[in-house]
Design a protein around this ligand. Structure first.
Ligand code: NAD
Length: 304
């Protein structure tokens, strides 16, 4: 069992750290917010007053932070505090260029680094069924594997430094665009007088089927567990989708044509104050400004 420092105990980090504790690892956590620290303490871990204190004497450090800037700042604090030969695993989504920069910064201090972003969302984090896509050396991957196995079901080495982030950006580019495509399909169905349930029953067993339809159906009704049935509580926040698509577009400006369009749509939603809602709320926008209340929705209820 390993001694692990865990920095960033938010929606994803807290359940991931809890699964490490359940598997018998020793976890010392740090987050900027007191409730996040309290949650890890309640799950049987210990907390520290700073990131540097959390990682002192640990052999493995996991970071789960919002953006590359956050990860860079935390690494600047913790690298000098680590014993030589530590393994750092960053599971945040931060893009390829920053990940490669951090691989080099860790190596310069005598530590191994893996970029290991995840797919599976908060439900996968809680269930320990995340997919880890990992970039780094085969040796570091072999060291990390038993620890990642406590938090995920599918653990794939995508290649060398930055390859995990590359895989994550490609996946989320597909996801962000496919959610808009599904939302437009339902908007068209409504205009044509086809019920959402009929479209779902047919498309989910036809060539239009995809994860955005079958697991996160963006209109209320067909998939009970989907955020669309829970006031679009995330799930995966629109602001995070905007970040990921922006990273994908920045990585190769000439390729993602639909990605640029999708980025503009998620930016509009975020600027309209919907950044904290699940990204499937794009279904409300797809209906167009002329759309009245959805079937089953009170005419007095604002179109959400
Ligand atoms: P979150 O905002 O819920 O959690 C981030 C945590 O980091 C917060 O608790 C915050 O207080 C903490 N933090 C920020 N700066 C810190 C610092 N300097 N020191 C210590 N703690 C600090 O975000 P999340 O949903 O857990 O996502 C984390 C990462 O995982 C993001 O990069 C996101 O894109 C990625 N991701 C999220 C999901 C999802 O469904 N939420 C799915 C896959 C990947």
């Amino acid at each position: 069992m390993a001694r692990i420092g865990f920095i960033g105990l938010g929606n994803m980090g807290a359940p991931m750290a809890a699964n490490l504790l359940r598997a018998g690892h020793e976890v010392r956590g740090f987050d900027l917010t007191a409730p996040a620290c309290a949650a890890i303490a309640a799950a049987g871990g210990s907390t520290a007053a700073s990131a540097a204190e959390a990682v002192r004497g640990t052999e493995i450090v996991i970071t789960m932070l919002p953006t590359g800037e956050h990860v860079r700042a935390v690494l600047t604090d913790i690298l000098p505090a680590l014993d030589t030969g530590a393994l750092l695993i960053d599971s945040s989504t931060i893009g390829v260029a920053v990940a490669r920069e951090l691989h080099e910064a860790a190596a310069a201090c005598g530590h191994a680094f893996l970029d290991a972003p995840v797919s599976g969302g908060t439900t996968g984090a809680a269930a320990g069924t995340l997919t880890f896509m990992v970039g780094g050396t085969a040796d570091a991957f072999a060291r990390a594997r038993p620890v990642l196995a406590a938090m995920g079901r599918t653990i794939v080495r995508a290649g060398d430094a930055g390859a995990g982030q590359a895989a994550k950006l490609c996946n989320n580019l597909i996801l962000g665009i496919s959610m808009i495509a599904v939302a437009e399909g339902f908007a068209l169905a409504e205009r044509l007088g086809l019920s959402a349930q009929s479209l779902f029953d047919i498309a989910s067993t036809s060539s239009g089927s995809c994860w955005s339809l079958t697991h996160a159906c963006p209109v209320p009704g067909p998939v009970p567990a989907a955020p669309s049935n829970h006031d679009y509580a995330p799930g995966f926040a629109t602001s995070l989708m905007l970040k990921d698509i922006s990273l994908a577009v920045a990585a190769a400006e000439d390729i993602p044509r639909l990605g640029r369009e999708a980025m503009a749509i998620y930016r509009e939603l975020t600027e309209a104050g919907l950044g904290a809602k699940d990204f499937s709320i794009v279904a409300q926008k797809a209906r167009g400004p002329a759309a009245g209340p959805r079937q089953g929705q009170s005419p007095l209820e604002p179109a959400r």
